[in-house]
Design a protein around this ligand. Structure first.
Ligand code: RM4
Ligand code: MN
Ligand code: MN
Length: 430
């Protein structure tokens, strides 16, 4: 029996208040879609099976390198983070898995942690290794790199940490290891650009060799930060070359904030898919760099175009297309639960809109070089308000029609502020 943190009576009462209006909106949208030959219940069923993982570290307040402003009731350990993630899943019903980060989420008993999560209605997604920070008592510093460090003992330590993450992930039921390294340089000449990649590839191959048969290694590229002149896996080109060299279980992971400004990310999606290397996504939004803002808050159209490529990929699968989707955001000025509820809804909305694209009409217009009609096929879907489809799917799954209203009325955060100890630096990323 799942023990969700919010009272189901509260959700039931609020849903009762909103139900009639929702049924009205759903019926109206259903008639509109039917005129275009689309069955709304089929779309709803598709949306109901869509899910995106939440990052354990996203449950804490993030910050910048200038300051961090924790909020009362913020989680301070993985147990409290799981409880917050359970709230997001209970109300929104699109986030049934949590992606843990090690050593941040280290515990002594992972079997017990898996059971604790399951009791809250949660499972685990990709495990994330961390070789971008030093931990107390660590033998070798990552100040000069980890998998690509000049120092062989440092590389060995980073390899060993990744292998430990796989061992932890096996106990948690994960099947993906996400590897993002901060390795890179701040000055021209600081490191040899070719040789640092050689070192990375050699060390990454040792991690790859430790992957169980059904596991994938997801390589996450990032153009800059913390290194500001060069990073070892800087872009999707470096990422796919590394993944191709490592082998079939190595795939590329696209974090929406990790590119040069104005890069055509949807095209990157199509390219990676073409070569069977699209492994996963970290959803967020950005205005300037790795801003980690809420998904779709700056450029919802880009998010839709990314999902449009994913829908194309889903229709033409290559090499077991099964990308792992995760939210990767830093909530500096909002309640992280509210941001993730709102972001998960935005992501699912873009998924639903992409499912509405009339692909036959799109392909026909593309074949005929009819630019305007091809564009309109996308535009029509993008302009459709799919909120009633999502709300109906949510309600039928036991979630809340209005997730933010139910969350606020539950007084969850004020209750946790009474129960939980005050945060030091909290659980979010800076
Ligand atoms: C990085 C990257 C990784 C995440 C860390 C916390 O910029 O996005 O995915 O694990 O931040
Ligand atoms: Mn990321
Ligand atoms: Mn990032």
């Amino acid at each position: 029996m799942t023990e969700f943190p919010i009272s189901s009576d509260l959700i039931g009462t609020r849903n009762h208040a909103h139900r009639e209006a929702l049924e009205d909106d759903y019926a109206a949208l259903g008639r509109k879609l039917a005129r275009a030959g689309i069955d709304i219940d089929t779309v709803k069923a598709k949306v109901a099976q869509f899910s995106v993982a939440v990052p354990s570290w996203g449950a804490g307040r993030g910050g910048t390198r200038f300051a961090k402003f924790p909020i009362p009731g913020e989680p301070t350990n993985i147990h409290e983070k799981l409880e917050d993630c359970a709230v997001i899943q209970q109300l929104g019903r699109t986030t049934p898995r949590v992606s843990p980060h090690f050593p941040w989420d280290k515990v002594s008993d992972y079997k017990a942690l898996r059971e604790e999560a399951a009791a809250l209605g949660l499972g685990f997604d990709a495990v994330n290794s961390n070789t971008f920070q030093d931990q107390p008592g660590q033998a070798h510093t990552y100040a000069n790199g980890s998998l690509a460090a000049q120092d062989a003992a440092t590389r060995a330590q980073a390899v060993e940490h990744n292998i430990e993450c796989i061992a932890i992930g096996r106990q948690l039921g994960s099947t993906d290891l996400t590897v993002w390294v901060g390795d890179g340089t701040n000055f021209p000449g600081q490191q040899d650009l070719g040789r640092s990649l050689d070192r990375y590839l050699e060390a990454a191959a040792q991690v790859y060799a430790a992957l169980p048969d059904d596991w994938r290694m997801l390589l996450e590229h990032k153009m800059f930060e913390p290194a500001f002149y060069s990073t070892v896996i800087s872009d999707w080109g470096s990422s796919i070359l590394a993944a191709q060299e490592l082998g079939p279980k190595a795939k590329c992971l696209v974090d929406l904030g990790h590119h040069a400004p104005n890069v055509n990310i949807e095209q990157i999606v199509a390219r990676l898919h073409r070569f069977g290397k699209l492994g996963g996504f970290h959803f967020n939004d950005s205005k300037y760099g790795d801003d980690d803002l809420d998904s779709g808050s700056i450029n919802p159209h880009q998010l839709f175009l990314v999902f449009n490529e994913l829908a194309e990929a889903e229709a033409n699968p290559r090499d077991g297309f099964n990308p792992s989707y995760m939210i990767d955001q830093s909530h500096n000025v909002t309640d992280p639960i509210e941001s993730m509820l709102s972001s998960a809804e935005t992501i699912a909305q873009c998924y639903a809109k992409a499912a509405l694209v009339d692909r036959a009409a799109l392909h026909e217009a593309q074949e005929a070089n009819d630019t305007m009609m091809a564009f309109q096929a996308l535009r029509r879907a993008y302009n459709t308000d799919v909120a009633p489809i999502l709300a109906m799917a949510r309600m039928e799954a036991g979630g809340a029609i209005d997730v933010l209203e139910a969350y606020r009325m539950s007084q969850y955060r004020p209750r946790k502020a009474q129960e939980r100890k005050a945060v030091g630096l909290g659980a979010g990323i800076v």
